[in-house]
Design a protein around this ligand. Structure first.
Ligand SMILES: O=C(O)CCC(=O)C(=O)O
Ligand SMILES: [Fe+2]
Length: 428
């Protein structure tokens, strides 16, 4: 365990004047420590930040500043993001990848669907019969937007608020404590990591202005002991939250199955027993230059069928594409954002959309989002649902075991991933 003691960002560093005379002229010029940090980030190659023992010895001809940095780690990246007043070039996107915030539509919105209308009748089996009007609304949202928000979903507001507060507390832990979860090993169950964007024609990857924390959300018994011990309530609150989200996911899968004209338990069965259930919490510190950065790059939720996302109240950041234009998904108090992943697009043979989205940063406030993912069991066979196919509707994808998709996903590491495209048939 290395304990570091470095200068304040504004401290001027250079050869101590008392040690300099005519026989020993200065061999370094003075610099502000912030400038040294900027130079450090500028010199980052394509290495991953998990290489905790990095040595760099490089002479910058430009300013004759020689850096020799040992033991620089992810720890510093976290500290830097949380205290920065200028942003290092490592986070700066090339012009064509920037968010162009003034062009984002704030007037349009994704559908808002009230789940209070869940059931059609009031008898004791009411939960078994979802209202056909609701089924229709959700089906339309899935076809047109691939995204919608739900209100009156039945999950206690206080539990959601506590979950968000405790997750914030996790990201507030001292970096050296949070850092124990940092890894780039994707096989790790519990991980803290950064996303990068590979830019064509550029050696350096651009880092996203966020930190992400991911772990399974079920089965609880298998993983509780792996979750953070700090904040002390994390394990307990998360277990309660996961239980509620699990029940909500079942309802949503039932509504979506009905929307496709299938039995209400079709999708849950098709996705298999022991589905892949992961949570990803994304923490976005305030950013001095929102126009130059992204919190999360444009993506679809590749490995999932369904995502239930909670976002911080009052802080906007999520944006989705609709008709080629970016649209903000402003948070509604006590609502969830629901979106479909690539597995649902394949299952519905392209009828329901997995839509591109991204997260942008802002100067004023930090933001947190918590995405709960529901993906197939690794042995499940995914492909266009047979009942949706006929002569007029030929399959657009070939069938695959989900494990095959996962393998393809990992083999495309470092590229702009096009995974479901590998399984496309010529009919498309
Ligand atoms: O921060 C957000 O709202 C977006 C999160 C997201 O898209 C994801 O975790 O996949
Ligand atoms: Fe996403």
């Amino acid at each position: 365990m290395a304990m570091f003691y470095g200068p304040n960002r504004d401290t001027v560093i250079g050869p101590i004047e008392e040690l300099v005379d005519e026989q020993r002229p200065p061999i370094y010029r003075n610099y502000r420590y912030a400038e040294f940090q900027e130079e450090f980030f500028r010199q980052q190659g394509t290495r991953r930040m998990n290489q905790c023992n990095v040595e760099i010895q490089k002479k910058s001809l430009h300013n004759q500043l020689t850096c020799q940095i040992a033991l620089f780690s992810f720890f510093h990246l976290i500290v830097f993001m949380e205290t920065a007043s200028i942003i290092p070039s490592k986070f700066i996107l090339p012009e064509d990848k920037r968010p162009h915030l003034s062009q984002v539509s704030t007037l349009a919105s994704i559908p808002i669907i009230d789940l209070i209308d869940y059931s059609e009748n009031d008898d004791e089996n009411k939960d078994d019969v979802p209202s056909s009007l609701l089924v229709e609304k959700i089906s339309q949202a899935c076809e047109e937007y691939g995204f919608f928000q739900i209100i009156n979903h039945g999950i206690p507001e206080e539990l959601c608020n506590t979950m968000m507060a405790v997750t914030y507390e996790f990201f507030e832990l001292p970096p050296e404590e949070r850092n124990q979860f940092y890894t780039t090993d994707h096989t790790k169950q519990v991980k803290l990591f950064n996303y990068y964007l590979n830019v064509e024609g550029q050696d350096d990857k651009v880092s996203m202005w966020s930190q992400c924390f991911s772990h399974p959300w079920h089965p609880r018994e298998n993983m509780t002991h792996l979750l953070p011990e700090n904040p002390p309530q994390y394990r307990e609150v998360f277990a309660e939250y996961a239980k509620e989200i699990g029940a909500l996911m079942s309802k949503l899968l039932c509504l979506i199955s009905k929307g496709l004209g299938l039995e209400k338990d079709y999708l849950e069965k098709r996705l298999g027993k022991n589905p892949s259930l992961l949570v990803q919490s994304n923490h976005y510190p305030p950013c001095p230059e929102p126009e130059l950065t992204l919190g999360l790059a444009i993506h679809t939720d590749l490995m999932t069928a369904l995502t239930v996302l909670k976002q911080s109240d009052g802080v906007t950041g999520l944006q989705v594409i609709k008709d080629g234009k970016w649209m903000a998904v402003d948070p509604i108090p006590n609502a969830f954002v629901i979106n479909l992943g690539d597995q649902m697009q394949v299952l519905s043979n392209g009828r329901y959309k997995s839509v591109h989205h991204r997260a942008v940063t802002n100067k004023a406030e930090r933001r947190l989002s918590m995405a709960m993912f529901y993906g197939p069991n690794k042995d499940s066979v995914i492909g266009p649902i047979e009942e949706l196919l006929d002569e007029q509707h030929p399959p657009f994808y070939r069938k695959y075991h989900f494990s095959e998709f996962v393998q393809e996903f990992h083999s495309q590491e470092g590229t702009r991933r096009m995974v479901k495209e590998v399984f496309e048939l010529k009919n498309k």
